[in-house]
Design a protein around this ligand. Structure first.
Ligand SMILES: Cc1ncc(COP(=O)(O)O)c(C=O)c1O
Length: 420
């Protein structure tokens, strides 16, 4: 007799759906499809030679350490390097503030495990990173969504939501996924002050901060919180936990991310991580360290910025040429994504189906809204990734997408009979 597995699944699995993006990526892997769907970095800029050298060096110099079990907190030289690296953005951290994770995605899961009881509400942006919703859903999170606009989260709408007592806020201040928008400096100050006033902790997720192509770098929330509100002891206190990753600056296949938090929070997260995977791959950490060290990461990021800036410009120009004026989009100053808003009456999910017939793909916007987010509004958006496709493919893909957009627009606005 076979076991009825499904009847034995734990209660928490009921909240879990497979990621819309992962499902879409399966369809969009057909070679004839130009995909703006995934959040993939450009594979042409992966530093393959540096990785090859790093593998040889690690295996020659310290194979026993790199291939052995390691500390749950992470590989010490890498933690030290991250602490030094983030200091230039004003983030004060010692080694004991840094926990290495298997990508930022694991950091989000550990944060969920640490903070969320079933039914707790998490304050998120609308739209927000779908992977965070997936991670938090498992723990039975409910959501309070606060709108964002071209300057990021609407801090003028924050207070009533904070008053209703969310467990924490999850915010993406730089080149947001999916919006491509950046939280303005004024709003950063406001957000940190309001979080302090209502005693609500903040999770700052920053995978893209280093990928700024233009404009001034803005201070991270963790810096504004610790230095402006709590004096100079940035090591042991703070209302903001900061997350980042090497996925967009070196390679996502490494699966290396990190959490910066007060040491007592790190200690608790370490216990949770032990139950999850003991530690992040020692080998990956040793390689990541060897690749990034001696200033390589900084040099490499300059190349990525150049390549992505060009691709963003090509996409913006192609959108201008191929989309009707009623359609609008964000103009990101960095990162990997831009966010298209369709006029009322249009529907991104239907557009996706037409677009696939034209062999072009994107992610419909509704995936990025928490369950109680504005469903009506969610249907009128799409996320476009501009990092993965080459400029010629971007031009061709946006031309095809323009055809699909115009078709839906014309269906909604047929020319009156008798007019040419
Ligand atoms: C906002 C955000 N957070 C976290 C992640 C997860 O990144 P990682 O590859 O480090 O797990 C992503 C990946 O796209 C992301 O966009």
């Amino acid at each position: 007799m076979s076991t009825a597995w499904t009847s034995r699944y734990a209660q928490r699995t009921k909240h879990v759906k497979s990621s819309a993006i992962r499902e879409l990526l399966k369809i969009t892997q057909r070679p004839e499809v130009i995909s703006f769907a995934g959040g993939l970095p450009a594979s042409e800029v992966f530093p393959n030679d540096r990785f090859r050298e790093a593998c040889s060096k690690v295996l020659e110099r310290e194979p026993n350490r790199a291939l052995q079990y390691g500390a749950s907190e992470g590989y010490e030289p890498l933690r030290e390097m991250i602490a030094r690296h983030i200091a230039r953005y004003g983030i004060k951290a010692r080694v004991e503030n840094v926990l290495i994770t298997s990508g930022s995605q694991q950091a989000l899961d550990l944060i969920g495990k640490l903070l969320i009881n079933a039914g707790d509400r998490v304050l998120v942006e609308a739209p927000t990173y779908l992977g965070a919703l997936q991670a938090f859903n498992v723990y039975g999170a409910e959501y309070i969504s606060v709108k964002s606009d071209d300057d990021g989260l609407r801090t003028d709408r924050l207070e009533p939501s904070l008053r209703s007592g969310p467990k924490f806020m999850y915010v993406l201040p730089n080149f947001q996924n999916p919006g491509g928008t950046t939280l303005s400096e004024g709003r950063r100050h406001e957000l940190v002050l309001l979080a302090e006033k209502y005693g609500i902790p903040v999770i700052e997720d920053d995978p893209y901060g280093q990928l700024r192509f233009e404009g001034e770098h803005l201070p991270p929330l963790v810096v504004l919180d610790r230095e402006n509100l709590r004096g100079d002891d940035g090591y042991s206190i703070g209302n903001v936990i900061y997350l980042s990753t090497f996925s967009k600056t070196l390679a996502p296949g490494l699966r290396l991310g990190w959490i910066v938090a007060p040491p007592d929070v790190i200690a608790k997260l370490v216990q949770l991580k032990q139950g999850a995977d003991l530690h992040t791959s020692t080998f990956a950490q040793a390689i990541g360290y060897e690749v990034a060290r001696d200033g390589f990461l900084d040099e490499h990021v300059k190349l990525i910025r150049r390549v992505y800036r060009e691709r963003r410009d090509v996409m913006l120009e192609a959108l201008e040429q191929n989309f009707p004026p009623e359609v609008t989009w964000t103009r990101p100053q960095g990162g990997l994504f831009l966010w298209v808003s369709l006029p009322e009456g249009m529907d991104a999910q239907r557009l996706f189906e037409t677009a696939l017939k034209e062999n072009v793909a994107f992610v419909p916007g509704d995936s990025f809204y928490a369950p109680n987010g504005n469903a009506e509004e969610a249907r009128r958006h799409l996320r476009l990734n501009f990092s993965a496709a080459k400029p010629d493919q971007i031009r061709e893909g946006i031309r095809r997408l323009g055809i699909a957009v115009k078709r839906q627009w014309d269906e909604l606005h047929p020319l009156p009979v008798g007019r040419p």
